[in-house]
Design a binder for this molecule. Structure first.
Ligand code: ARG
Length: 461
């Protein structure tokens, strides 16, 4: 265990209450920021050297020790055994253990307030990259599946009632689109994460001539924050990130729900691989879609983190307040949850079995071509509202006769509307119902084929 030297002991005469210390300490979770904080500390040391606050020798000694800490942390499994208050004090302790007095100079011109904001942003930048990569992989699995089953038809639903037939690939590409928007939102959030708060110090800025732009450049930040009070108390970037993740998780939960329905005996459209299913301890026949149910459930957990962050920040006076330490676990758990859900969704998708026959059977029934009949009448000059009414009457009669529309005797059809002729049967086919949706975004194989091409092209970027 490292020592317990405090960063702020000077004006205190009594030791901290133990219960409070445990309550106050964040090291057990913010140690995840270790690497980011060391990298930011190295850039800060360079900044102090350029400002001639540190000599070259002092800066080198600090940077050498910090670099060594990074190496040690990777091989020494007891490295993080410490009762440090937080990751920032932990690093300073380790530094002073390694090089003595010189280590105490690193904190010149900075505060944990700008430090923690910097470390969290640095850390989050990499995690956003990783989440983006995993989202892309899921998109890729979706497109692979869609391409493999380009001719497969299925019912499309509204109100979970059979509505109009669509291509299975069309359904796949709907989720692809959602994930495209998610990536755009993450990229946008990244831009606002990518701003350097370091140099804002506690809240008022620093009196040492540190070139903040040079520090930003060294750490790869797009720009430096414009207002020191805002910089140390801004967690918009975290809220925005978790917000983008909430929408992403909402999409994954809808994907999960569709697939959970589709693999039920009632639908029977797909089968999940054994690898992502579980059995029942009681019912030997069961195969349950736990992977998807967990994704659906974990969406709620991420929404909760979003609400947590907003609630923490609401009404906080400027500038830094300790309330803000509560942001970490929400952000960390969001990252872990989203990453695991994306990975599992990708595996589920890559191994899905499609029951083409059941899907077609469902797509051919339930009068899902009734809109085609109405459109047919419109082309014969009947106003749509009237055509809709006629088609409705035909459906009613067909239900009485227990027939699908294309099985109706033509006389029955003519009895309802004299505008209906033999040529109606050509438009009532499943092929025409789907194939006629030729406008951009429609479910015809031409449009879906174009959608698949565009998706492939997007994935190469
Ligand atoms: N552990 C703190 C946090 O996560 C670091 C900043 C503490 N600053 C302070 N003045 N107490 O917010």
């Amino acid at each position: 265990m490292s020592g317990t030297r405090k960063l702020w002991g000077g004006r205190f005469t009594e030791a901290p209450d133990e219960t409070f210390a445990e309550f106050n300490n964040s090291f057990r979770f913010d140690k995840r920021l270790f690497e980011a904080d060391v990298r930011a500390s190295i850039a800060h040391a360079n900044g102090l050297r350029r400002a001639a606050v540190l000599t070259k020798g002092e800066a080198n000694s600090i940077i050498g020790a910090l670099t060594q800490l990074l190496d040690d942390s990777r091989i020494d499994f007891k490295f993080f055994d410490s009762n440090a208050e937080d990751v920032h004090s932990f690093i300073e302790q380790k530094l002073v253990e390694a090089i003595g007095e010189t280590g105490l100079k690193l904190h010149t011109g900075r505060s944990r307030n700008d430090q923690v904001a910097t470390a969290l942003r640095l850390w989050l930048r990499e995690e956003i990259d990783e989440i983006t990569r995993l989202t892309r992989e899921l998109q890729s699995a979706i497109v692979d599946t869609a391409e493999g089953f380009q001719k497969v038809v299925m019912p499309g639903y509204t109100h979970l009632q059979r509505a109009q037939p669509v291509l299975f690939a069309h359904w796949c590409l709907a989720y692809f689109e959602m994930l495209k928007r998610d990536r755009a939102r993450l990229a946008d959030a990244y831009e606002r994460v990518n701003v350097l708060p370091l140099g804002s110090a506690a809240l008022a800025g620093t009196s040492f001539p540190i070139d903040r732009e040079a520090v930003a450049k060294e750490l790869g930040f797009r720009e430096v924050s414009a207002n020191s009070m805002d910089a140390v108390s801004d967690r918009d970037f975290a809220i925005e990130f978790v917000g983008a993740c909430s929408i992403l998780m909402m999409h994954l939960s809808r994907l999960a729900e569709d697939l959970i329905l589709y693999c039920s005996q009632e639908f029977g459209f797909i089968e999940l691989s054994d690898g992502v299913s579980t059995g029942s301890s009681l019912m030997p026949q069961k195969k349950n879609p736990d992977a998807l149910e967990l994704i659906r459930g974990k969406a709620g957990r991420v929404f909760g983190h979003h609400a947590t962050l907003l609630a923490i920040m609401k009404g906080l006076p400027l500038a830094y307040n300790k309330d803000m330490q509560e942001d970490k676990e929400a952000v960390f758990d969001t990252v872990d949850t989203v990453k695991s859900c994306l990975s599992v969704a990708g595996i589920v998708f890559a191994n899905i079995k499609i029951n083409e026959h059941r899907m077609r059977e469902a797509a051919e029934s339930s009068y899902m071509n009734a809109t085609e009949l109405a459109d047919y009448l419109v082309r014969k000059g009947v106003p749509f509202r009237t055509a809709h009414d006629v088609a409705g009457k035909v459906v009613l009669r067909a239900m009485e006769l227990k027939k699908e529309l294309d099985e109706m005797p033509v006389d029955e059809l003519k009895a309802i509307s004299s505008d209906i002729d033999e040529d109606v049967f050509a438009i009532l086919t499943l092929e025409n119902t789907i194939g006629s949706k030729l406008q951009i975004g429609g479910t015809s194989s031409e449009q879906v084929g174009q959608g698949l091409k565009d998706a492939r092209e997007y994935l190469t970027k």
